[in-house]
Ligand binder design. Sequence first.
Ligand SMILES: [Zn+2]
Length: 435
Amino acid sequence: MVNIMSLGGSQEVGRNCFYVDVDETKVILDMGFHLEQFLELSEDEFLTSKNHTLRKFMNGGAIPDIRLLKRDRKQVDAIICSHAHLDHVAAIPFLINKFRCPVYATPFTAKLIRSLCQEKNIEFEIIEILPGETFHVNNVKVEFIQIAHSTPQTVAIALHTLKGVILYANDYKEDHTPPFEEETDINRIASLAGKTKAIFLDSLYAPDEDFCKSESYAREQVLNLEGDFSNHRAIIASTFSSHIHRLHTLVDLADKLNREVIFVGRSLCRYIEAARDSGVLDLTTRGRMLNFKRKVNSFFKKPFNPKDYFFIVTGHQGEPNAVLSRMADGMFSFSKDDAVLFSCNVIPVPISINHRLALESKLSVFGLSIYKDVHVSGHAHAKDHRHLISLLKPDFLFPVHGIPKMQDAMVKLAREEGVKNVISLKVGEFFSTSF
Ligand SMILES: [Zn+2]
């Protein structure tokens, strides 16, 4: 028998967390937070005691509700993380001490998790596994298969059970021409054809036809800005802090423009340090880091020539406390000759849409140039999914990581590809099968 339960990440975007009980082995795949709920509840002034906070976060859907596991919680053998995005790992600092098992992750993801936990002084075992490697959790062989996404060392997790493979690909895309050699190992995935019983797929862009564009396309778009940007005074760029390869491209653009890179913001520096410490890429040698408010304030208080620098800052979603918003609120004196580059999309949730609108209207008062959506997604579109499904022909498919209309699109396309059992789990719902 295999028992599967969603603890989060079903019918919603965020707090990805799935429990799988198979071959007398119990594992949890990912343990993320739900950004929107988390921000909302973090602003709640009544969050005081630790346990109260935990209860409130679980009740409010900000972190996975591990109470659903009841007595099984103590028997969980491993927490296995697919990648370093916060909606896949950021609940670990809150919940890890409720478990007695190690966390498995790729080195980059592991460094990031350690960094998140450091502030809370939490001790636990974390085991680093490289993409392409396998390890055992009790009776189950686990394989990390390299896949392309928008943060380094992302893996699909293959659970090799006695009855066949359960493949967890949440998140992924099929990028055959990545600029920095993190291609989806489609040959390895294809070799699981005939053995794969069930797959979990992220549904975020299931309604979008075609393949997801390659990161090489975004790199080209960014580097093509060289001509435009050579006429600007201050240049301020912002992207997802976890998107190390995009940051690499932005740094390359800064080099072309002969400007010194200044990375500004705590989360940005956290991911850059994780990339350096895991051997992924060392950007710390290519720019100065201002990670704490004190350093940031002291830099911006002193006079400097904006034309000397290329600022890469946090705040692409317009988060009020992030660097870009603080710059717009007066930390920096913008002029009409400046450029702000958003190398990202706006996350399609109300809080981000509103924050970004507010930020853009503040910036537009200065009459500066705003470059938006210079970006490609890290998530599979319909054709990526169709290809993967047609390769593996699984008996079961679990659409995850999407609001209902996204998961419904996945249900439809999976059925069109001939998958007989397409199961849209609800959070807290148990699904059992003998395959
Ligand atoms: Zn992701």
